[in-house]
Design a protein around this ligand. Structure first.
Ligand SMILES: [Zn+2]
Length: 239
């Protein structure tokens, strides 16, 4: 099988509002466990601490659903993270199980010196993939993109056509996607200029899981642990 791997392009342009649907790929959803062990293959203790706090904090994915990322030294941990330079990427959902245990299932091309939104977004975006979320802009329910213009736009930024096709243009089959409807700003959306969307509706990206990301995660994996319900979570608005 062909593994789908996300690579995150650099952030560009202002944020755009649009109709979008956060989508989970049904065939890559975790269905047989309620926690995912996360092991670091490289990086400093300080970087590990930063990533763990982002994921386990009130604005991270652990506050969104019952599926919990648990940081572990166990060799067969489902999620294994490297910190190589270049681009950030992750296997989507259960595809991580196909990766040999000595190899990473996720790469975070981040440095602690850039702490803040610049490194928070790649963390939350790639952990969203680890849960099984696809890119919001690759949801088959969205309107069409101007393909020649998209290829040209990403080519001018150094991305080859195969990358643009796999990470921007390809849509998943309807029967393999579970989507939450509505206009959904999401951490799983890329920053794609509005004029590349033929219907003018560009999905709005986010640096953190949004209310709708949290709603979708809870829908698919169940309610988050009680310890999060007393935290003021301005994005999710949970009582
Ligand atoms: Zn991605």
């Amino acid at each position: 099988m062909t593994a789908f791997v996300c690579a995150e392009p650099p952030e560009v342009g202002p944020k755009f509002m649009a109709a979008s649907r956060l989508a989970l790929q049904v065939s890559r959803q975790w269905t047989d466990r309620e926690q995912l062990r996360v092991r670091f293959l490289s990086g400093t203790p300080e970087l590990h601490h930063y990533v763990a706090l982002a994921v386990d904090g009130p604005h991270g994915w652990n506050a969104c659903s019952a599926m919990q990322f648990v940081f572990s030294d166990e060799k067969d941990s489902e999620i294994r993270i490297s910190f190589d330079s270049g681009s950030s990427w992750s296997q989507v959902g259960t595809d991580a199980l196909w990766v040999p245990v000595k190899q990473a299932t996720m790469n975070l091309a981040i440095r602690l010196e850039d702490a803040g939104a610049h490194i928070d977004r790649p963390i939350h975006h790639e952990f969203g993939h680890a849960l099984g979320f696809i890119h919001g802009h690759q949801n088959p329910y969205l309107g069409p993109l101007d393909e020649p213009a998209v290829y040209a736009w990403y080519r001018s930024r150094g991305y080859p056509e195969w990358w643009t096709k796999a990470n921007v243009l390809e849509r998943l089959p309807l029967d393999d996607v579970s989507a939450i409807g509505g206009a959904i700003p999401s951490v799983m959306n890329y920053h794609i200029p509005r004029d590349l969307w033929l219907d003018g509706k560009a999905p709005e990206p986010s640096d953190y899981p949004t209310y709708w990301d949290a709603y979708a995660a809870e829908t698919w994996y169940g309610a988050p642990p009680e310890r999060y319900t007393s935290i003021l979570f301005p994005i999710a608005g949970r009582g």
